[in-house]
Design a protein around this ligand. Structure first.
Ligand SMILES: Cc1cc2nc3c(=O)[nH]c(=O)nc-3n(C[C@H](O)[C@H](O)[C@H](O)COP(=O)(O)OP(=O)(O)OC[C@H]3O[C@@H](n4cnc5c(N)ncnc54)[C@H](O)[C@@H]3O)c2cc1C
Length: 404
């Protein structure tokens, strides 16, 4: 305990002395800011660059990963303290992305020593950016129906097929993908999990334009792509187990994001974020009661649910002492977090009224534009990593034990 107190004090002192002041309050979302690393890394705002470098040196981009691969080697309690101290100072994470949140934990669990040596340090240092090649035109919720073929040829597989909705595929260096290595067996039993360098001849990426004119989504094509067999994670035809474990991490990560959004709410003063927004748009001096009782009720419910959810996430993190081993329960968190986030963002748009529907132009301020986009983006959260309906099916079957 005294050790943890000392650690907290040391971390606080170090952050006060070293973390760039300019980064305080910088928000990193899937769409904006932060450092996602990779060969084409950008740093937004620019001070993210020295911030990343100093955190790499301390192992703080992946605080609880083993130090032999460049992680911080911290216990889960110490890593939690570090995150708390950063949050207290409103500092953004030094590095973000699918390397840290998805493929890194999968490699630590299922990778060979050679695979860990090849990839983990690069993930920790933000040198390689990863994307996820799961979904295909006819395989989304029914993911086990993937058709991208991988045919063995000596020490390689030859890949042919198409992935879709590959977020940031055009900015990524490597992709982790599910491919079909045996079409004759039960569909789950013929899938292999494989890592592919996006610069391999035959890999091509086409960005998908949405009605807004842009999107993070891409289509990824494989035309006779030669991939070494040594890039397979776990067993050939054993990819379904790895794929499900990664999805559980992905769902926990999505839930954690909203858990900690709610968590930081306790530092906002005075009052709650939603109530303050209501005062800003609907009048009333700070501290006075909102006149609309229905809105008051909706805000109070949402804030209470936020708070209860943040505490539940925290309790679960505390319980998961060794690593982040999430089971099918991660579906409960995913569905609750993303549905709550939809409610919250819908309420924010409601409160702002006509100012809540700005898309572009000078008639709206930066926060208003971000709010509209956040409201629409919230719908995507309840689809990515498996839709809410699919999570409810998993909960019914694997948590509650209900029949099919
Ligand atoms: C923001 C975002 C980012 C994404 N990023 C990636 C990525 O990086 N890589 C990647 O591989 N994929 C990515 N995806 C794709 C995502 O995984 C799929 O969209 C998702 O799994 C749903 O598949 P689908 O779109 O094919 O919908 P479908 O599976 O066709 O589902 C359509 C509708 O039917 C419902 N439905 C389907 N089956 C059932 C069932 N058995 N019971 C009840 N309802 C059902 C669904 O809930 C949904 O409402 C992303 C998606 C989004 C929105």
């Amino acid at each position: 305990m005294a050790d943890l107190d000392n650690f907290r004090a040391e971390v606080g002192e170090w952050l006060d002395a070293n973390a760039p002041q300019s980064l305080r309050g910088v928000q990193v979302t899937a769409e904006r800011g932060g450092t996602w690393g990779g060969r084409r890394a950008t740093f937004e705002p620019p001070d993210m660059k020295p911030w990343l470098q100093m955190c790499i040196e301390k192992g703080w981009t992946a605080p609880s990963w083993p130090s032999e691969y460049g992680g911080g080697g911290l216990s889960s309690e110490a890593a939690k303290l570090l995150a708390g101290e950063m949050r207290k100072r409103r500092l953004p994470p030094p590095l973000t992305g699918f390397g840290l949140s998805m493929i890194g934990p999968t490699l630590l669990r299922y990778g060979t020593e050679e695979q860990k040596q090849q990839h983990i340090r690069k993930i920790v240092r933000g040198e390689i950016r990863w994307c996820q090649g799961y979904s295909e035109p006819d395989a989304g919720s029914d993911l086990a129906s993937i058709q991208t073929r991988a045919v063995r040829d000596g020490d390689d597989f030859i890949l042919n097929g198409q992935k879709v909705w590959t977020s940031y595929g055009d900015l990524s260096d490597w992709i982790f993908a599910l491919v079909r290595t045996d079409p004759k067996v039960k569909k789950q039993e013929g899938i292999t999990f494989i890592l592919i360098d996006m610069e391999t001849p035959g890999v091509s990426v086409r960005p998908i334009k949405l009605i807004s004119g842009k999107s993070p989504f891409c289509e990824t094509y494989f035309d006779d792509v030669r991939v070494p067999v040594k890039n397979v994670i776990a067993e050939i035809n054993g990819g379904w187990t790895v794929a499900k474990a990664l999805l559980r991490d992905e769902r926990s990560m999505i839930a954690d994001v909203f858990g900690s959004v709610a968590d930081t709410g306790k530092q906002r003063k005075p009052g709650s974020m939603l109530a303050n927004l209501a005062r800003q748009y609907l009048g009333g001096a700070d501290g006075t009661m909102l006149s609309d009782p229905v809105l008051r009720d909706e805000i109070a419910r949402c804030e209470l649910d936020d708070k209860a959810f943040a505490l539940t996430v925290q309790r679960t993190r505390d319980a998961a002492k060794a690593g982040h081993q999430s089971g099918p329960e991660s579906s409960i968190f995913k569905v609750y977090a993303t549905e709550l986030n939809k409610r919250r963002s819908e309420l924010m748009v409601d409160i702002a009224g006509p100012e809540g529907l700005g898309w572009e132009g000078t008639g709206f301020d930066k926060d208003e534009l971000a709010r509209t986009r956040g409201w629409l983006r919230a719908r995507g959260n309840s689809i990515e990593g498996g839709t809410s309906e699919v999570q409810l099916n998993i909960i019914a079957k694997h948590v509650l034990g209900l029949p099919d």
